[in-house]
Design a protein around this ligand. Structure first.
Ligand SMILES: Cc1ncc(COP(=O)(O)O)c(C=O)c1O
Length: 572
């Protein structure tokens, strides 16, 4: 072989090997679950068939003996009455509302695993309408109080009365201008200054939701880096825009997002070697459950929900990300829409001691009104280039910097700067972790298969014994007068105005709810009932519903399957 041929073969090999190496590296950085493979998940989701349990199988989908199924049935009826007693009028008004409100139809459909959903919807009604709030309590139309554990999706950090005052005082401040848009009320300058101080960033832009703030951060990263891809981490939520939700839930095929493993060296290798990455998007709330999605009860099919917060380990991960992003000129974006102002005055940057290039805020920052905010270093925030006048990154919005929102935000920022609140941040971790430990002790003392994990005041409930019915727990909690958001026990969000007495009352109700659920037989257990066995059983059911003729026989043959009592649309 002459030198020219060898050189040509070498070049060819390099041309093939280099992209292959990149692909392999990327594959290794993907989470092995479907969550790490957005497009595949999207395709498979379309194949999942609908089936549901009839009124018999509903109570024995884990093959519990007849006596246990009867215990559950009786308990279910009692629970149904308790929920009706708490809010008959609320339920009536909510049902009327649902017919015309698509948002409510959606959440009501996804409160529990779909096999049980219709039966639950018709028998366990909770109502979705409230008439007032005060302290840590909300009240339904029937005047029945419930301790609020929804935190209004994280907005409610200091108690509803705090936000009522922010909105009222804020509107008073800007009333003379009213809803005049385009020009700015003078309070905007104060807000910008305060946010520059809190975030440590040069510039600020105001938007109308967290989703929009994240969208703008990613657009700016792509604009300045002239690179195509954003990196998000497996399971992380960043709003409902396509690029940050590339898998199930998005109709479009998203091609310029990499979903990678969090807290994993393989991801750092990808960041070090690829030239198409514009930004890395971090939702610090994932520290509570890295690589897993926001835990909702609709997907709670067994007991494999895991959560554990390790502050030092996550801080270390963020430091590694910071290093590689700096070295590779990748924008590091902290999405603090949820945790901003909650885990520390200076948010995740302060809490974990790692600076970002851009930070998004939202939720609580609006002082009770809707908002999204982006703060960033000047080099990332600029929307035009001095030397290329037509090369711009367009972003505007009719309601950006709305005077009423700016007024309420001004009030929020003023109040959280007062010594009492500034001081309260110092003991936050200790306070909420000791409360979580106290509840876990109470649950352990009562020998209940439930425990909680927390990142300050953001909690999630985990289950220690394999069960198909953990999603029922949300209804027992509601019957005890605890208000949960639609994702149920996956996310309990406390506002920081919970006193020790309020907390004791909530802890007592959680224990009482778990005792009632246990006594009603839902946590019945045999050694064969493992999380794996449950998952396998559900897979068999899915296959049998999808290929009824092919699999009916084998489904019957399996000891863990009685497919005959499953109803698919065709058999109904
Ligand atoms: C981390 C994070 N980013 C973005 C969003 C989207 O914010 P919004 O619902 O205001 O659009 C959320 C909402 O829950 C969030 O938690």
């Amino acid at each position: 072989m002459d030198a020219l041929t060898i050189a040509a073969a070498g070049a060819l090999l390099a041309a093939v090997a280099w992209p292959l190496r990149g692909r392999l590296q990327l594959s290794r950085a993907k989470h092995p679950s479907l969550r790490g493979h957005a497009r595949l998940a999207q395709r498979l989701a379309k194949l999942v068939p609908f089936y549901e349990y009839d009124s018999q199988r509903f109570f024995s989908s884990d093959f519990a003996p007849a006596g246990v199924a009867q215990l559950r049935r009786t308990g279910f009826e009692r629970l149904s009455h308790r929920l009706w007693d708490r809010g008959a009028e609320t339920i009536r008004v909510s049902d009327e509302l649902e017919a015309g409100l698509s948002d409510l139809q959606f959440v009501n459909r996804y409160r529990v695993p779909f096999q049980y959903a219709r039966y639950v919807r018709s028998h366990l009604k909770t109502g979705a309408v409230l008439k007032d709030s005060s302290g840590v309590v909300v009240r339904n139309l029937d005047g029945r109080p419930a301790y609020d554990l929804t935190g209004s999706y994280g907005v409610n950090l200091f108690g509803y009365d705090f936000y009522k005052e922010c909105v009222d005082a804020g509107i008073d401040r800007v009333r003379d201008l009213g809803p005049a848009l385009g020009a700015y009320h003078p309070v905007v300058a104060d807000n910008v200054r305060a946010l520059q101080n809190i975030s440590g960033m040069d510039e600020v832009s105001f938007h109308m939701s967290g989703t929009e703030a994240v969208m703008q951060a990613v657009r700016l990263a792509r604009y300045h880096s002239e690179r195509s891809h954003l990196v998000r981490f497996c399971g992380a939520y960043h709003g409902w825009w396509d690029d940050v939700q590339p898998g199930v839930g998005t109709p479009r095929t998203v091609r310029d997002t990499y979903t990678l493993k969090e807290m994993d060296a393989a991801t750092l290798r990808v960041l070090r070697s690829r030239n198409d990455i514009a930004c890395v998007l971090v939702n610090p709330l994932q520290a509570l459950h890295p690589n897993a999605p926001a835990p909702g009860d609709a997907t709670l099919v067994n007991s494999d929900r895991r959560a554990h917060f390790d502050r030092a380990a996550y801080a270390n991960w963020l430091r590694q990300l910071r290093e590689v992003c700096t070295a590779r000129s990748i924008a590091l974006i902290f999405d603090e829409v949820f945790v901003g102002f909650r885990i520390a005055y200076g948010g995740a940057q302060e809490y974990f001691g790692v600076p970002a290039d851009m930070v998004t805020y939202g939720k609580t920052l609006g002082g009770g009104l809707p908002v999204g905010v982006l703060c960033g270093a000047r080099r990332w925030m600029k929307r035009f280039k001095d030397t290329r006048p037509t090369d711009i990154c367009f972003a505007r919005g009719t309601f950006n910097s709305h005077p009423y929102v700016m007024g309420a935000m001004h009030e929020f920022l003023r109040r959280i700067d007062e010594p009492q609140i500034r001081h309260s941040y110092r003991t936050l971790d200790e306070l909420w972790s000791s409360r979580a430990a106290r509840l876990n002790q109470l649950l352990a003392d009562a020998d209940l298969p439930v425990h909680v994990a927390n990142l300050t005041s953001i909690w999630t409930i985990c289950y220690t014994t394999p069960s198909r019915y953990n999603w029922m727990f949300q209804y027992y909690l509601r019957a005890e007068g605890l208000a949960l958001s639609w994702i149920g026990t996956g996310r309990l969000i406390f506002s920081h105005n919970y006193s020790d007495d309020d907390f004791e009352a909530v802890a007592g109700r959680i224990v009482a709810a778990a005792c009632a659920m246990r006594d009603d037989g839902w946590w019945w257990h045999t050694p064969e009932l493992t999380d794996k066995a449950i998952s396998r059983q559900i897979l068999r059911e899915l296959l049998a519903a999808r290929f009824p003729r092919l699999l009916r026989q084998s489904a019957h043959a399996a000891s863990w399957d009685t497919i005959g009592s499953i109803r698919s649309p065709r058999s109904r």
